[in-house]
Design a protein around this ligand. Structure first.
Ligand code: ZN
Length: 188
């Protein structure tokens, strides 16, 4: 077994909760166990459909997410796991206040352009599937766009704002600006 392969941490969540997480509607996940891991977590949508989640999707106005037809299964995208803490009258909204429950605080959901099929597992598991690892890496760090900077704009930015007085002093007195009306010469 090659242990050098890159892997991602994954969490399998029932549908449509998984879909609501990746779409950014739900950023607290309730679990009865905790983890010391922090960082990117890939969200896997399980086959199981949860009707309570569908009702919540309607309440949230999450279009289509109350229907199995619009909620893909498989690997949907990733979020960042920022914190895990015991429920303590906190995280109102999605945080389950039941004692013994842990709130997993998520942020920065990034959906894959297309879900990748695959089976989920229990717990916060590692997956070294090369296609999944590459797709998640691409989604989180898209190919940088080379920005073409107009050299005139770059020079203006480097010079800073034009000083009004300097502009006046250097101006050719015979040169008209767009807003000036030419003075009639030769008439007194
Ligand atoms: Zn909380």
């Amino acid at each position: 077994m090659n242990t050098d392969r890159e892997s991602v941490r994954c969490l399998s969540v029932r549908r449509p909760w998984a879909n609501l997480i990746v779409a950014g509607y739900k950023l607290i996940e309730n679990r009865t166990w905790t983890t010391g891991y922090r960082g990117r977590v890939v969200i896997h949508a399980g086959k199981t459909w949860d009707h309570a989640g569908a009702a919540t999707a309607v309440d949230l106005g999450a279009l289509g997410m109350d229907s199995l037809d619009h909620c893909a299964a498989g690997y949907l995208g990733s979020v960042r796991l920022d914190d895990v803490h015991a429920a303590d009258d906190c995280c109102t909204g999605f945080g389950d206040p039941t004692p013994g429950v842990y709130h997993w605080v998520l942020s920065d959901p990034i959906a894959l352009s297309a879900p990748l099929p695959g089976r989920g597992r229990l717990g916060l598991y590692s997956c070294d599937d090369a296609d999944l690892v590459a797709a998640i890496a691409r989604s989180v760090h898209p190919t940088p766009v080379v920005v073409q900077v107009n050299p005139i704009v770059a020079r203006a930015a480097a010079l800073g704002p034009i000083q009004k007085n300097t502009w006046k002093r250097r101006r050719d007195p015979d040169q008209l600006t767009l807003l000036e009306i030419p003075k009639r010469k030769g008439r007194k």
